[in-house]
Unconditional design. Structure first.
Length: 227
């Protein structure tokens, strides 16, 4: 067997194992889509008829695999060449921007939040302004071309609705915190940098959360009380 698309990648000249990308298998339409790997992958010497099963020319450039010869211009499958940043932690009221780059002929973009399509979010870049807690969640985009669709990696968006660190430093240093004051027992606190609680000091917060890889270090005799 040669010049054949097989499921098990059978050894032989011209053989390969890829989705042939038929137009509609369920509808029995086995014509090739524009980015099918079967286009121009046949053996011209094996051709003995001038037309294909659709009575179209059997030889367009190099002969195709299959019963139907693709009559148009082949296209490369759509691929994502630059994935969006995977994690954002943005203060309430801020702006969230994510983007994706793709190769091939793109016909549409559709962004999703927590699995649901976002109305009007149909470009390569998603921008959400004046963030609130309702915007927090998981985002991704589906990019669709003329013959295939691809889905981006997932983005996690955290919206900081309380205080957060703006730099590394001591817990009792007001300049470390977004509100330029030391957290109190009623504050929700987000740790975005390395913070040290000095010796014999009691740090307080209503709620405590951390960005990946960040932590609070306790020195001798210090405590961190979060409800």
């Amino acid at each position: 067997m040669t010049y054949t698309d097989t499921q098990d990648n059978t050894p032989g000249t011209g053989n390969f194992s890829l989705d042939p990308l038929f137009v509609d298998v369920a509808g029995d339409n086995l014509r090739l889509r524009a980015c099918s790997p079967a286009i121009d992958k046949g053996d011209n010497a094996a051709n003995s008829t001038p037309t294909d099963l659709n009575n179209s020319p059997r030889l367009v450039r190099q002969i195709d695999l299959g019963a139907y010869e693709f009559q148009g211009t082949p296209q490369s499958p759509l691929t994502i060449t630059q994935q969006p940043v995977s994690y954002f932690s943005i203060p309430q009221g801020g702006t969230f921007t994510a983007s994706v780059s793709a190769s091939g002929s793109v016909s549409s973009y559709q962004w999703y939040k927590d699995g649901a399509p976002i109305s009007g979010a149909t470009s390569a870049t998603l921008t959400v302004s004046n963030l609130s807690g309702a915007n927090q969640g998981r985002y991704y985009v589906v990019v669709t071309g003329s013959c295939n669709s691809v889905t981006s990696n997932e983005i996690v968006l955290i919206v900081n609705t309380g205080m957060y660190t703006v730099k590394s430093g001591r817990w009792d240093d007001a300049s470390v915190w977004s509100m330029n004051r030391v957290p109190a027992s009623g504050d929700a606190v987000r740790i975005k940098h390395l913070v040290t609680v000095p010796g014999e000091y009691i740090a307080q917060a209503r709620q405590l959360s951390y960005d990946p890889g960040q932590t609070v270090q306790l020195q001798n005799g210090s405590k961190l009380v979060a409800q």
